[in-house]
Design a binder for this molecule. Structure first.
Ligand code: SF4
Length: 302
């Protein structure tokens, strides 16, 4: 076998060709689907078709993870868990409810989602609250990862025109504000990503992203800016490098850092609440955060 093998788009396996896992996965991760229909230019996932795993396969894989008491929970993995069983960008109520009822019944150790989209949350707020209610029967909060990427409607239209769908790209900042508000109200805690240094990014785009991060200050979350990496339909572009950072980039990075400092103590406390190892882990993470805060202060960030 070669040491490294990249599965080309033309080799994408069909649902039937994806075998069940044989041994427990890392952190109880269970794949519920592959692919994404949103078509963001900077993403390679979207080059592959959308496939949702049948509920039976998902429950079987959870059983594998439960073997030898490795875990009693599950992290449901898909590019957008809210779209489980859907053929487009609107959630399928019946399939999503059935999935969560079955998985939550099985998992005493609680569940998390790997990723979900704010547009899907905003398109069906009542369904989202119902799902959160099912999950929160057994746990106080739920974590997931969310792609915000930009606060600029113009940049959203250029690089991720369907990210806001069924809403228009021009509505993207409002979709983000509403979706994040719904998450906050339903005890879902998102770790959000932003993309910094996309080839077509302008100063105006950066200002709009800075304004959006400011608007999200009251939402319990982490916001993590990531430098642009050439992938998907932008794979021929060049990497964004530290040397290209402008004053506005700096301002955005600092704004995200301050947002995270504002929420981090709450998040550490929530993460370890009720765990036997809460005290040492809480102390360790708090020390780590204080070191970063101290470094930030020395660099003039108040
Ligand atoms: S970035 Fe997310 S929403 Fe966009 S295509 Fe990739 S997986 Fe889908």
């Amino acid at each position: 076998m070669p040491r490294y093998y990249e599965v080309g788009v033309e080799e994408t396996p069909s649902l039937e060709e994806i075998p069940n896992i044989l041994n427990p996965s890392v952190n109880g991760l269970v794949e519920i689907g592959r692919g994404c229909c949103r078509g963001c230019k900077f993403c390679s996932v979207t080059l592959r078709p959308l496939r949702w795993c049948p509920l039976e396969k998902i429950l079987n894989e959870i059983n594998v993870n439960f073997r030898d008491s490795y875990t009693s929970g599950a992290c449901l993995h898909a590019e957008d868990v809210m779209l489980y069983g859907s053929k487009n960008t609107v959630p399928n109520d019946e399939k999503l409810l059935r999935l969560h009822e079955a998985v939550v019944r099985k998992c005493d150790g609680g569940i998390s989602w790997s990723h979900c989209s704010l547009a899907a949350v905003v398109s069906k707020p009542k369904l989202f609250s119902q799902i959160a209610e099912i999950i929160l029967q057994k746990q106080p909060w739920l974590g997931t990862e969310v792609g915000i990427e930009t606060g600029s409607p113009e940049l959203a239209r250029k690089i991720m025109p369907a990210k806001a769908h069924p809403f228009k790209p021009e509505e993207w900042p409002e979709v983000v504000r509403t979706g994040m508000g719904l998450m906050h109200d339903n005890n879902m805690i998102p770790a959000c990503t932003l993309i910094v240094g996309v080839p077509e990014e302008t100063e105006n785009d950066l200002i709009k992203t800075i304004e959006l991060v400011e608007d999200l200050k009251g939402i319990r979350s982490l916001i993590v800016p990531l430098f642009f990496v050439p992938l998907g339909r932008l794979e021929k572009e060049t990497w964004f490098k530290e040397a290209q950072i402008t004053r506005l980039h700096e301002e955005l990075l600092i704004k995200c850092l301050k947002h995270d400092f504002r929420w981090i103590d709450d998040l550490i406390a929530l993460s370890y609440a009720g765990k036997w190892y809460a005290k040492p882990m809480h102390a360790l993470y708090t020390l780590f955060v204080r070191i970063i805060e101290n470094k930030a202060r020395k660099a003039g960030i108040q």
